[in-house]
Write a protein that binds this ligand. Sequence first.
Ligand SMILES: *Cc1c(COP(=O)(O)O)cnc(C)c1O
Length: 355
Amino acid sequence: MSRPLVAEISLAALRHNLSVVRRCAPASRAFAVIKANGYGHGMLRVAAALKEADGFAVLSLSEAQQLREAGFEQPILMLEGFFSADELPQIAKLGVAVVVHAPWQVAAINSAPVTGVNVFLKINTGMNRLGFPPHEVADACRALRLGGRLDRCVLMTHFATADDERGIADQLAQFASATDGVRGEHCMANSAAILRYPQAHADWVRPGIMLYGASPFADQTAAALDLRPVMTLKSKLIAVQSVSAGEAVGYGRTFVAEQAMTVGIVACGYADGYPRHAGTGTPVLVEGQRTRLLGRVSMDMLAVDLTPVPLAGVGSTVVLWGEGLPVEEVAAAAGTISYELLTALAARVPVRELP
Ligand SMILES: *Cc1c(COP(=O)(O)O)cnc(C)c1O
């Protein structure tokens, strides 16, 4: 038998989660966000499963190129725009829409040998990461229109706190005043805003994490939002240890048994993408039963408490996250978010597609 670790990817769950986007934002078109290798699920695999999406959002020109080469003809949006003017001819040739977030990009488009460019003009409404300040928006749009290279200009922003109780009111008001009197469609909502703020849906939405079946909210589970986990990271016990009271487990001997106990050794470690900073107590499923991680995660293995699963043995099934154990819970126990765990899945982990 080969190493039992596998990432199962449910294509049915992907399609279901897109239907949740449709149900939440029925009047908007949706760019399925498939940057970072489809949040770790495989960019082309996700694009194929979500071919009913209205478009795809990626980071770089090389991802857009891969999609076109694989035959996808849908609109594609480059979320960070172009990084240098020499990308523009290829962008125009592939018919890829680009975020424009800074004046140098306006100048670059207006002096490039291109036509029919689709621009998503990014407005900084309070995230202070990328975008034009509200008072420069009308001028930037005018300059782009006068340049004569555009097919269209969509007005866009990104929310900093759509996932918590602070919400989007401030940024929405900034966006409304920045775009007042400026022609063009609007594109604002990430998953959190799609799920909670219909007033931000507008013409185009940009769902990412919800497509992969994780909740963007700390106070609401994916199941409560009718989202289904797409990735289940599964392995098996490859050894069982009987440990006496006072004995330790793993590197650094950080976990010491208080009484005699059985410990299972799982074929999965930080080189597979499991977070090394997950500590004792992080939830794990063994034979469907919840138990806990013990001690430090090694490169290729980790240890679990078999006290709640006395019948478990070598070969028992282990779920690290996914079906039955939300990735958000594991992430929270490791002091991070689901996005980081999913995108960190290592290339060495074999993937099994479930239809
Ligand atoms: C990644 C990204 C998204 C998707 O965000 P989720 O929280 O995963 O839904 C949307 N918009 C932009 C600009 C992004 O970079």
